[in-house]
Design a protein. Structure first.
Length: 302
C-alpha cells in the first residue's frame, strides 16, 4: 500500500513537472514571438526578404532576447516531451501563439475585440485537436531518397523566395508567412533526422552528414522569411498562419518522407478534417478582422 502511494505521488509530481515545463515553453515562445516581431517591424522595409535584415536583427537587443527565450522554450519543450506524452504537452504549447498575440496587444495598448479573442481561442482549440489526432512518425528509419528531394525543394523554394520572387512577394506578409511555415515544416522533418543521427552516431559524426547542413540552410531561410512577414503584417495576422501552417506542412511532408499516414483511420480522420476546416475558418475571420481594423485606422488617420 505504501509503495502504491509513493508511485502515485511520483506520477502526479511528474505530471505537474510536465505541465510546468510545457507552460514555461509556451510563455517563452510567446515572448520570443513578440520581441522578434518588435525587432522586425523596427527594421527598414527595404530590407524585406534580404539577408541584410538578419544582420540588422542580430544587432537588435530585442531580437537577441527573443532568441534567448526561444532557446529556453526549446529546452523546456524537449524535457516536457521527454517526461510527458504528446497529448499532455501539445495543448499547452499550442497556447503560445495566443499568449503572444494577447501580450502584443497589451504592450501596444490596443484592445482586442471579443470576436477576435473567440476566433483565437477557437483556432487554438482546432490546432490542438488536429495535432493530437495526427499520426505520429514511428521508428528511426531515414528515407534518404525522399529526404534529398524534400531538402532540395526546401532550399530551392527558400532561395527563390529571397531572390527572383522577392519583387512579387514584397508587401505580401500573409504569403511570406505561408512560405515560412512551409520551410519550417521542412525544418521539422530534418530536425527529426538529425536527432536520429546524433543519437546513433554521436555529435562529431553528425557534422559529417548532409542532413545537418540542409537543416541549417533551410532553417536560416525560414528565419528570414518569417521575420520578413513580421515586417509586413500585424502579429495577429502572421503568427497564426506560421503556427498552424508549420505542423500541417510537416505532417503532409512526412507522408512522403516517413511514409506516415496523413490521418488516422475511422472517426479520427473525420475529426481531423473537421478541426482543419474550423482552423481555416478561424484564420479567415482573423485575417478579415485585421483588414477591417487597418481600414478603420487608415480612415481615422485621414
Amino acid at each position: 500500500m505504501t509503495l502504491q502511494i509513493i508511485l502515485l505521488v511520483r506520477l502526479r509530481l511528474r505530471d505537474l513537472v510536465v505541465v510546468l515545463l510545457s507552460l514555461l515553453a509556451a510563455v517563452c515562445f510567446g515572448m520570443a514571438a513578440v520581441l522578434q516581431f518588435q525587432a522586425s517591424t523596427a527594421s527598414a522595409s527595404e530590407l524585406n526578404l534580404r539577408f541584410s535584415l538578419l544582420w540588422r536583427l542580430l544587432a537588435n537587443p530585442r531580437f537577441g532576447l527573443g532568441a534567448l527565450f526561444d532557446v529556453v522554450g526549446g529546452l523546456s519543450q524537449f524535457f516536457a516531451l521527454k517526461y510527458g506524452s504528446v497529448p499532455q504537452v501539445l495543448p499547452i504549447l499550442a497556447s503560445g501563439f495566443v499568449l503572444a498575440i494577447l501580450l502584443e496587444h497589451f504592450l501596444a495598448r490596443r484592445p482586442i475585440g471579443v470576436g477576435d479573442l473567440i476566433a483565437l481561442l477557437v483556432s487554438c482549440g482546432a490546432l490542438i485537436t488536429f495535432l493530437v489526432l495526427s499520426p505520429q512518425a514511428s521508428g528511426r528509419t531515414i528515407y534518404v531518397d525522399a529526404s534529398i528531394v524534400i531538402g532540395s525543394l526546401g532550399i530551392v523554394i527558400g532561395v527563390l523566395t529571397v531572390t527572383l520572387l522577392r519583387p512579387l512577394l514584397a508587401g505580401h506578409g500573409r504569403m511570406q508567412a505561408m512560405i515560412g511555415a512551409l520551410l519550417l515544416g521542412v525544418v521539422s522533418i530534418f530536425e527529426r533526422e538529425v536527432g536520429i543521427i546524433w543519437t546513433e552516431q554521436g555529435a562529431p559524426r553528425t557534422l559529417e552528414h548532409w542532413e545537418l547542413w540542409v537543416l541549417v540552410i533551410v532553417g536560416g531561410l525560414a528565419l528570414l522569411v518569417v521575420q520578413s512577414a513580421f515586417q509586413q503584417q500585424s502579429l495577429a495576422r502572421v503568427l497564426p498562419l506560421v503556427t498552424v501552417g508549420e505542423p500541417i506542412a510537416a505532417i503532409a511532408i512526412s507522408t512522403v518522407a516517413l511514409q506516415t499516414p496523413l490521418f488516422r483511420g475511422g472517426s479520427s480522420a473525420i475529426e481531423s478534417l473537421g478541426a482543419l476546416a474550423v482552423e481555416i475558418l478561424a484564420l479567415i475571420y482573423l485575417a478579415r478582422s485585421e483588414v477591417r481594423v487597418d481600414a478603420e485606422l487608415h480612415h481615422d488617420g485621414q
